[in-house]
Design a protein around this ligand. Structure first.
Ligand code: NIG
Ligand code: FE
Length: 417
């Protein structure tokens, strides 16, 4: 099956098979009037229409970009998708001035979602997850990371990850599953977090690995959650399980999470609002990707991560939704791309690279995803806009008109096909 995308004003893409850092993170190639030819799952040609016609015959299918912009499909490298229940009540309290930490201390926060997720059946959780994947896809996301971490016991962590496995079989969005039983200390272990850490290390992580349910592991290293030493202990078997390491680091205060991410060889560290200059330098030295979550800063009305300092220090920056019911309830990559620029100060080129190639690199997929280049998988978005800058400049509307996943049109004129 071959597909030709023609009629675009411009094809805009980063280049390469690894994350871009520093000045490189601004280099978004613009190919005016280019066409993209897909064969099977892959891109086989990007360039001038006349050159295409010289090299290839008629395609099986043509997608008319109608003067729009072609971009790589968005990669969302940090979400908490499989959750049940909502927390709009605490959202109201926050708008009225209550702080996230206050609400958590009063029994709200993550623990409220843990209770609802434990109550949910497999089928209920699957339906919720599939619906969120639909919303992601409508916004141009073609690959997403997704974590457990609202189960916090063996059975419920396995339930969340099995839901992700089943959702991945049914939905075109590619899912990168992450084990995160260390997202919070569960209520029944509140007075013995070391005991819970041992349970995770001795039972929960091995059971997840035995079923092959995760590719990555994540820990919420934070004041009042897991200490740096507990985090080291929790990551002790990551190598044996061949899990890529991601961390939630330096969100509420500087616990040295950025430096810890470098120390343990993490692929990526997320949040980083309070990361120190030394921590940032350590990340740059080890090539740890920073995952900015500007939706969280917006939603919690907190400061933005120091993305300019990260880029200037040579840390590759990615951007993610952090989709979850407490601190960033959105599936929209275009929304967080706009916030990464308007709130945190990235340029539109830097933000688009953060949402494509750098995000793919954070998930170990930059060899196959994240750019519109010959040899990469054909994951593409067609925007109803004459330039990629409109993604930020024309904010708050969904400009995604068509989405192609692995060479197949999966959203056409804004509707699932
Ligand atoms: O990434 N920081 C920790 N975990 C989530 C929030 C989860 C919740 O509030 O339910 C986050 O922001
Ligand atoms: Fe998160």
């Amino acid at each position: 099956m071959s597909l030709l995308i023609q009629g675009a004003t411009v094809v805009a893409t980063p280049r390469g098979t690894s994350a871009l850092a520093g000045p490189g993170q601004s280099v978004l190639d613009l190919l005016p009037g280019a066409v993209v030819r897909c064969d099977g799952r892959d891109i086989v040609f990007v360039g001038e229409p006349r050159e295409h016609d010289r090299l290839f015959g008629a395609p099986d299918e043509v997608l008319d970009a109608a003067g729009g912009t072609v971009l790589p499909g968005f990669v969302d490298p940090h979400t908490h998708l499989p959750f049940a229940g909502y927390r709009e009540d605490e959202f109201d309290r926050r708008i009225a001035g209550a702080r996230y930490a206050e609400i958590a201390a009063a029994g709200g926060g993550i623990v409220a979602t843990v209770a609802a997720t434990r109550r949910a059946t497999f089928d209920e959780l699957l339906a919720l997850t599939l619906h969120r994947l639909d919303l992601q896809l409508a916004g141009g996301t073609t690959t997403t990371e997704a974590k457990s971490g609202y189960g916090l016991d063996l059975g419920n962590e396995l339930k969340q990850l099995r839901v992700l496995r089943e959702a991945g079989r049914r939905h075109p969005v590619e899912i990168v599953p992450t084990a995160m039983p260390a997202h919070e200390v569960p209520p029944e272990w509140r007075h013995d977090s070391d005991g819970y850490v041992e349970l995770v290390v001795s039972r929960i992580h091995p059971a997840i690995a035995a079923e092959g349910l995760a590719e990555q592991v994540d820990v919420f290293c934070e004041w009042g959650v897991f200490t740096p030493d507990q985090t080291r202990r929790l990551l002790a078997d990551a190598g044996r399980f061949r899990w890529r390491i991601h961390l939630h680091a330096d969100e509420l205060c500087d616990l040295g999470g950025a430096a810890l991410a470098a120390e343990v060889g993490a692929a990526a560290a997320a949040h980083l609002l309070h990361a120190s200059a030394e921590g940032i330098a350590a990340m740059a030295r080890r090539g740890v990707i920073a995952i900015a979550l500007p939706g969280v800063s917006f939603f919690l009305r907190e400061r933005f991560a120091p993305v300019r300092a990260l880029v200037d220090a040579g840390v590759p920056v990615a951007v993610a939704t952090d989709c979850n019911p407490g601190s960033s309830h959105t599936e929209s990559m275009p929304a967080v791309i706009a916030l990464a620029c308007l709130g945190a100060g990235l340029s539109s080129e830097e933000a688009i690279i953060a949402a494509t190639l750098n995000a793919a690199a954070a998930l170990g997929r930059a060899d196959r995803l994240g750019s519109v280049e010959t040899g990469k998988q054909a994951d593409l978005v067609v925007l109803d806009a004459p330039s990629p800058k409109h993604l930020v400049y024309h904010f708050g509307v969904n400009l995604v008109r068509h989405v192609v996943k692995a060479g197949r049109v999966v959203v056409s004129d804004g509707a699932r096909v």
